[in-house]
Design a protein around this ligand. Structure first.
Ligand code: ADP
Ligand code: MG
Length: 934
């Protein structure tokens, strides 16, 4: 393959658009241009700018053709006729709409009767016997103290008389643990146990597990009898009838695929609906369709006191119960009060990237705090006022400050557990490490007198019951938690709450189509809930790490998650429920998302071929819908199974779904960058960097040197372990779906091609497509280490590599094309992660690939955006290869199976490998970038 560097790029491009456009205007110009093009309003086709040449040498082409001939020799039954037939069946499956789907299952369940008088009698007997027991009576007495139990009879009565009721109550009053038991015990004692099966949904895995464990303890049983839980990839099932199952909302949604009317349930309890997660909002919407078909099904909505009237209205004014809990008074302290008490000295702050945000942030902080400081200057010491001026004094930027506050409480306040609210995994593990392995003398003094528990769904300790128990004598319990301890789990002995005021939230900007997961300020409603956690056993204190001025700026309540999310995964999962028209269904939700956002989701799904041109689910789409990750990542791991490069690609997918294993302590960013670049081994890929890191980490473990390895390289071993767990989960799923012969991600057969870097790039590209960027120019300025890039994504927006990407400031790339997963908007638009890909990979795995001729030059184009010079013969072969690959993928989606090493299908894979491998050989003789003198 010959390749030419594209040097005229920026001039040609500028010639296309009117001069004088800046920043956002440029993006808008291209958007309008592409809209016009789509509508055919622009009679003058814009001039096509051709990129590098992708013609393949004749010898290689003949080899590729031979492979394809071998591939086409597959016996007929393995070939296209069969495909057509199966495709028809598949279409038929999908042609069933939701109403028909519901009618079908209704018919199937006609006459099914769970009643079983013998079982009823047995269970009644058993309950009566158990109630005699000493242990049971003691636990029963404790339960009686919960406010919810005082409403037991009323709840039973209301459920009997209504299909839907709403229970609102302060956290800890016993809703989640008692309501299901009240209903189950009522059914048993009325002698109709066998017709009772209760499911209670939980927003998170941890709460499903710990609550199920606690409830079976209250019932003096072990898990798996009348109580069980079910979360993704893990369950302890309760007995089939007369039982309570705590499951995550996602699991219930998935079960609707096979049982849309929930025929085997008698009671569905939707818990924590005030959190307004996507899943509970969807379920409420689905319930409105389901309920008329299932008059026997009872639904109980449960919520903390946040905008509960909205739910009541949504369900046609259903009856509402308010359960008042006992609450002791809680003293509210704000940052100014905390600083006055602890007298903490902040370290001189060091800059954090992106640097250009810095002055802006200081200005915004000053605008908030300045007027406030003038108002309170008579009330607080000047040293407190000075500290409040520092932006890093609020929130949880200075973890030492929080540790110091913990020690302050230990020293000055009477006994009682401390509950610290932090935004997420990173901050929790930072504080945990600081408290567990303190360096300061003060810390070392308290080290043995505290028992620290991180509470995060990905931390093992979270699933254990010890966090709920009283600490050993002489120790104070310190729980470091995300938002999960706000309402969904209750730890009784908390007296002190430290509220950093920060949380992680997704955000979605339709205009730029960017979704981010960012640390943001909580709302006033969150702070009220957090405050409440301190007043359960006696009067408590809530230390807010923000000022009253900050609180005034906070929103009242959180925005529903569905309004802050990209919708492609949701649309895809609705398709599995036979809900074909996402616009119509999503419009019925309690807060309908913007139709423009739905359109963007549908468009993406079409481009990655999860939906066909008319919006119908494809076989590939069906697999992607079933995988519990983002569809783009799902496609990436599916392809890695077919192309036998599982280990590296699952590493990339795991890190993209969770997080990078690197952390950058304040002021150490450039050292971390250096380490990353070294470990990236010049592969020009943040995604392959993750895999290199995992390989090195495994080696260090083998040598029992992992602690040292992680410490030296700024790696979090907790994150690395979690990534390994996720990789195994992915492999297990692919194995269950029959795409792999082994469930081990390190299996040899699944990794035959794991060493072929060009192939890995291509598979990463195949997954992240259509997120592409083109580097038009990179200038190496003399005396500067870093190159300056001129780059744009395919929507015409200018972007840069994020400073933390290994590609930032690099020069001498062998290809000008990149794929990425996330863009971030701060002062500039950044690609947070990127992998360099060769044009051939985009041509083979991209969409809208067409051949054509312009200015007497034949070309191949991808997505009508990137045009590559290409001779006719190459274009013909590549297009034929693409159509073969399309058929192969369809077949694999219909009959999932690994690609056999010596089979016909392997021939096609070999042809693709051969084409991709040309890029590698070519790398060596490409000249380095131009050098500009500026
Ligand atoms: P709500 O759902 O109304 O917020 P819960 O039913 O979750 O309240 O909790 C009621 C009480 O049950 C709590 O106050 C606490 O005492 C107890 N509890 C719940 N889960 C556990 C657990 N895993 N370990 C110990 N006690 C628990
Ligand atoms: Mg609860």
């Amino acid at each position: 393959m010959q390749r030419e560097r594209d040097s005229s790029g920026s001039h040609a491009r500028k010639g296309n658009r009117p001069p004088g456009l800046r920043g956002k205007e440029i993006g808008l110009y291209y958007r309008n241009l592409s809209r016009q093009r789509k509508m055919g309003a622009d009679p003058k086709e814009p001039e096509i700018r051709l990129g590098c040449k992708v013609s393949v040498p004749g010898g290689v082409l003949s080899r590729v053709k031979e492979f394809m001939v071998d591939y086409s020799r597959a016996p007929a039954r393995e070939n296209s006729d069969v495909d057509a037939q199966f495709q028809r069946q598949f279409r038929h499956l999908l042609s069933v709409n939701f109403e028909e789907f519901v009618a079908e299952t209704k018919e199937k369940n006609e006459g099914v009767d769970f009643a079983n008088p013998k079982l009823d009698e047995k269970l009644l007997q058993e309950l009566e016997n158990r109630q005699q027991g000493e242990k049971f009576r003691k636990r029963w007495a404790a339960r009686q103290k919960l406010p919810t139990m005082k409403y037991a009879e009323e709840i039973v009565q209301a459920v009997r008389e209504n299909q839907v009721i709403l229970i609102v109550g302060s956290t800890g009053c016993g809703k989640t643990t008692q309501v299901p038991q009240i209903l189950l015990d009522d059914a048993i004692s009325r002698g109709c146990a066998s017709s009772c099966r209760i499911v209670c949904t939980q927003p998170r895995r941890i709460s499903a597990i710990t609550i199920a464990e606690w409830v079976s303890y209250e019932r003096c049983e072990s898990l798996g009898n009348s109580v069980g839980y079910q979360i993704r990839l893990e369950s302890r099932k309760a007995r089939d009838r007369a039982s309570i199952t705590y499951c995550t909302t996602g699991v219930l949604l998935q079960q609707l695929q096979s049982d849309p009317l929930m025929h085997n349930l008698s009671v569905l309890i939707l818990d924590e609906i005030h959190e307004r997660s996507v899943e509970t909002d969807l379920l409420m919407g689905l319930l409105k369709v389901i309920l008329p078909h299932r008059p026997q099904l009872k639904v109980i909505l449960m919520s903390a006191t946040v905008r509960e009237q909205d739910f009541c209205d949504y369900f046609e004014n259903c009856p509402m119960f308010r359960i008042e809990g006992v609450m002791f008074p809680v003293q509210m302290l704000y940052l100014e009060d905390v600083l006055a008490k602890t007298n903490y000295q902040f370290q001189q702050s060091r800059d954090r990237r992106p640097k250009r945000d810095r002055p802006e942030r200081r200005m915004m902080h000053e605008a908030m705090i300045g007027p406030y400081l003038r108002r309170i200057r008579h009330l607080y010491d000047s040293h407190v006022l000075e500290k409040l001026r520092l932006p890093e004094s609020e929130g949880c930027e200075d973890i030492d400050f929080i540790a110091d506050l913990v020690y302050y409480i230990c020293e000055n306040e009477p006994e009682g557990a401390i509950l610290v609210f932090l935004p997420g995994y990173d901050k929790i593990s930072q504080l945990y490490n600081l408290l567990e392995r303190p360096k300061s003398p003060k810390g070392q003094r308290w080290q043995d007198q505290i028992a620290v528990f991180p509470l995060h769904s990905l931390m093992q300790s979270a699933e254990q019951q010890t966090v709920f128990r009283r600490p050993p004598a002489g120790k104070r319990k310190v729980i470091i938690s995300t938002i999960i301890a706000e309402t969904s789990v209750t730890i009784d002995d908390v007296v002190y709450v430290i509220n950093s005021g920060r949380t992680k939230a997704t955000n979605y900007d339709i205009e730029t189509n960017i979704q981010t997961l960012e640390e943001v300020w909580v709302t006033k409603a969150n702070t009220q809930q957090r405050k409440g956690r301190a007043g359960r056993v006696r009067p408590g204190v809530c230390y807010n790490l923000f000022t009253r001025a900050r609180e005034d700026l906070m929103a009242d309540i959180p925005t529903p998650e569905i309004l802050r999310s990209k919708l492609e995964s949701i649309i895809l999962s609705l398709k599995l429920l036979h809900i074909d028209n996402p616009y119509r269904f999503l419009q019925t939700l309690i807060n309908p998302p913007n139709p423009e956002a739905i359109k963007l989701g549908v468009d993406l799904l079409m481009r990655i071929e999860a939906l066909d041109k008319s919006g119908i689910l494809t076989p590939l789409g069906m697999h992607l819908a079933k995988l519990p990750i983002d569809p783009q990542m799902g496609k990436m791991i599916l392809m890695s199974a077919l192309f036998c490069c599982l280990d590296p690609i699952t590493s990339a997918a795991a890190a993209l779904s969770f997080k990078s294993p690197f952390y950058a302590p304040l002021g150490q960013e450039s050292r971390v960058d250096e380490i990353k670049r070294r470990m990236a081994r010049n592969m020009r890929s943040d995604h392959l960097l993750v895999h290199n890191t995992i390989i090195d980490y495994r080696e260090s473990r083998y040598a029992h040197a992992e602690r040292d390895f992680c410490y030296k390289n700024f790696l979090s071993s907790m994150t690395l372990q979690q990534l390994e767990r996720m990789k195994n989960q992915f492999s297990e799923l692919l194995y269950n779906y029959k795409f792999l012969t082994s469930s081990n991600c390190k299996d040899t057969a699944s990794n035959m091609n794991s060493g072929k870097i060009p192939l890995l790039r291509a598979i990463i590209g195949a997954g992240l497509y259509p997120n592409m960027a083109h580097l038009r120019k990179s200038r190496q300025i003399k005396n500067r280490v870093r190159a300056i890039h001129t780059m744009a994504t395919d929507d015409g927006r200018r972007v840069n590599f994020h400073p933390s990407s290994v590609n930032c400031g690099e020069s001498g790339f062998d290809s000008d094309y990149f794929v990425y997963f996330q863009r971030q908007k701060s002062t500039d638009l950044y690609l947070l992660d990127s992998t360099m890909v060769f044009p051939m990979a985009l041509i083979i795995f991209g969409d809208g690939v067409e051949a054509g001729v312009t200015q007497n030059t034949p070309y191949l184009c991808v997505a009508k955006t990137y045009y590559f010079k290409c001779n006719q013969e190459t274009a013909d072969v590549v297009l034929e290869l693409r159509s073969n690959l399309e058929k192969l993928l369809l077949k694999k989606a219909l009959y999932p199976a690994p690609i056999e090493e010596n089979g016909y299908e392997k021939q096609l894979i070999k042809a693709i490998e051969l084409l991709l491998s040309l890029d590698e050989r070519l790398c060596e003789d490409i000249s380095s970038d131009e050098i500009d003198d500026i």
